[in-house]
Design a protein. Structure first.
Ligand SMILES: [Zn+2]
Length: 153
């Protein structure tokens, strides 16, 4: 049995619940009118760390929680839909969340950075993506503190 088998079983159980009763009527107008951008790190799942429930927020996840071109394209699309199809609805707030102990900081490691550029990536882009201090990369209210992973203990 692979991990996917278990995930598919979990999805079957989920599909049998009353989840549909809690979803927003319009998918780009989430229940809490929040658009979250955060890191792909599995320790900063917005549902767990912010208490969001299904349908509460639009969630985008990138390495480091950086607003990369793909994120900006998606944000432009959602904003366009909102402006065009639901102009009288409240606008969403955007929460950009960076966190402590972010793996993206490894992009600033000289050796890893240099070796990865051999695969066609740009050194400065990698260094600019690294979140080495979330209090600096997003000054403000939503810097999450993540406990060190077991490998660091
Ligand atoms: Zn991270």
């Amino acid at each position: 049995m692979s991990n996917f088998d278990e995930l598919l079983e979990n999805n079957k159980r989920f599909a049998a619940t009353d989840f549909k009763d809690h979803l927003p009527e319009i998918p780009f107008l989430p229940n809490r009118q929040v658009y979250v951008l955060t890191c792909i790190d599995p320790r900063v799942d917005p549902a767990a760390v912010l208490g969001l429930r299904l349908g509460d927020a639009i969630v985008a996840r990138t390495v480091g929680g950086r607003a990369n071109p793909s994120f900006l394209d998606d944000l432009a699309w959602i904003s366009y839909l909102h402006e065009t199809l639901t102009p009288d609805a409240d606008w969403f707030e955007i929460a950009v969340i960076h966190h402590t102990d972010c793996g993206s900081a490894l992009m600033a490691d000289d050796k890893l950075n240099h070796d990865f550029t051999q695969r066609g990536f740009e050194e400065e882009m990698l260094r600019a993506t690294a979140v080495t201090d979330p209090a600096v990369t997003v000054s403000g209210r939503l810097t999450l503190v993540v406990p060190p992973s077991s490998r660091d203990r």
